[in-house]
Write a protein that binds this ligand. Sequence first.
Ligand code: ADP
Ligand code: MG
Length: 234
Amino acid sequence: MVRIDDVSKVYRTGGEQVRALDGVTLEVGAGEFTAVQGPSGCGKTTLLLAVGGLLEPDHGRVLVDDEDVYALPLERRAQFRALKIGFVFQQFHLVPYLSVRDNVLAPTLALPCAGVDAHARVDALLEKFKLTSRAAHTPGELSTGERQRVALARAMLHEPRVILADEPTGNLDEINAATVLGALADFAEDGGTVLLVTHDSAAASEADRIIRIDGGRLVDDRDEGSRQDGQAAG
Ligand code: ADP
Ligand code: MG
């Protein structure tokens, strides 16, 4: 569960001020896949960073699994983030000199006692994302679709409660985009919380719910219905 309660963020650079988020309130429940869609520069990445415990808002609260993220001291917040949240980015952010397998395992370096048998789980995830034969390869030897599947496996290794995805299909062709969005939908179906931010209406349409954002404000909250009865366009 993610609860964003009246969150605002202003960037101050030199004399300039940019109001990136302006009173955003939003709840995404367990088992829910929500997309926040809007044009470039409207505050999507800022929102995701704020939810993920990486960027403290000027105002408002962020709750993840009922924990007030920014009330936690820095070190506990980092542990909480590593335990509860998986991130997926447009640019993959894989470590170029590590193998696929070690990239997926990389979060265990930061969080060795997560209570998950990481080595057993990595094999299952590589299998799930059709990467078993690529386990020893480095990211530079992979297609973009394969790279994003590695990033998904890494995000899911610790069985997080929440996945935050920032334009995860931005560098992918249609087939790989569908694989990534399908994996996010499966994660929600299994009880996880997914918050996807994107400018792309086709990607957003795979979510259960699309919320539009413009100029740092949510402008529309349209319920797309559940996946069983709601056939989203695109
Ligand atoms: P989006 O992801 O929707 O493209 P962002 O959240 O990245 O939007 O940015 C929202 C606004 O905040 C934009 O006007 C952007 O230029 C500005 N912005 C983002 N990051 C910073 C930063 N670190 N410093 C100053 N301004 C920023
Ligand atoms: Mg962005």
